[in-house]
Design a protein around this ligand. Structure first.
Ligand code: NAP
Length: 255
């Protein structure tokens, strides 16, 4: 029997999970992306792209495609799709598992200011002009137009378009992972005085946080949104183990 699994992705962990589960003979894997990144990395399994039309649309999709298990492996700040997923599985009677990457914790030497929202992060920069590194998605950076006195270095996966209506902004297009040594060089070259970051967790984008700590640079850390409480694992390996447990009857596992 083949189990049909839909993975809500858009993260490096989702990609890794696809690779791991696709190798399992009894699983038929499909990946869903929001469709915002212009050239998503090739996945090797069927990929659908674009919104479902809210929780109802996702529930209808789960039924139509006879999905046996939904996996929410979206980004920790993608709160809407995670809420939709939790609601849709209840409506469709489909089990769900989530990959919940733990956030970073401050360690000695970190100079973090916590911000509840992107708008609060803008305020946290203060009135005096500063050289700011925005390591945020293109959807979030528009809020910084409210503080045009700063010099911004903006790094995103896709081009920020339209560009910010501020006099001093430079744009970098890059996709992680980013090494600490390179982040350190970037912060120094650009004479960055403060970094604005989401608490994404994981290794791929931690380099800038470690680099800021090493250089004594402040970080404005935007708080994570609340996510629905569903069965979850913190790592790709642990989640894959939960999936195997879910699809293989106890007898087949020899227990
Ligand atoms: P969001 O605010 O939670 O989602 C907004 C809407 O986009 C959802 O209601 C849904 O539309 C659609 N959507 C989101 N993820 C989808 C998916 N995997 N497949 C199909 N539709 C999806 O999320 P977001 O912040 O826009 O993030 C979009 C995607 O980018 C997510 O897959 C996330 O993992 C990835 N991402 C986000 C961030 C971030 O910081 N937010 C960072 C890296 C990657 P409908 O309601 O019409 O179904």
């Amino acid at each position: 029997m083949t189990h049909r699994i839909l993975i809500l992705g858009g993260t490096s962990e989702a990609r890794q999970l696809v690779g791991k589960l696709a190798a399992h003979a009894g699983l038929s894997i499909a990946l869903s992306l929001a469709g915002r990144t212009e050239s998503p990395v090739a996945q090797g399994v069927p990929v659908r792209s674009g919104g479902f039309g809210g929780a109802d649309g996702l529930a209808a999709y789960l039924r139509k495609e006879h999905i046996d298990l939904l996996i929410d492996a979206t980004h920790p700040y993608a709160a809407q799709i995670s809420a939709n997923a939790a609601q849709a599985v209840r409506a469709a009677g489909v089990p769900i598992l989530a990959l919940r990457r733990p956030g970073w914790e401050p360690v000695e030497g970190d100079r973090w200011t916590l911000a509840a929202t992107v708008a609060d992060a803008v305020q946290a920069l203060g009135a005096a002009p500063r050289r700011v590194f925005l390591a945020l998605g293109r959807q979030e950076v528009a809020a910084f137009e409210a503080a045009p006195q700063h010099h911004y270095l903006i790094r995103s996966v896709d081009a920020v378009d339209p560009k910010l209506a501020v006099p001093n902004a430079r744009y970098l297009l890059a996709r992680g992972p980013f090494r600490e040594v390179d982040e350190r060089a970037l912060l120094q070259e650009q004479r960055i005085g403060i970094v604005v970051s989401k608490n994404s967790g994981g290794e791929a984008t931690y380099g800038k946080i470690a680099a800021a700590r090493a250089l004594g640079i402040e970080v404005v850390m935007i708080r994570r949104p609340d996510l629905p409480d569903v069965p979850s694992a913190e790592t790709v390996e642990a989640l894959a183990a939960m999936v195997y447990h879910f699809v293989e009857p106890a007898a087949e596992r020899g227990v």
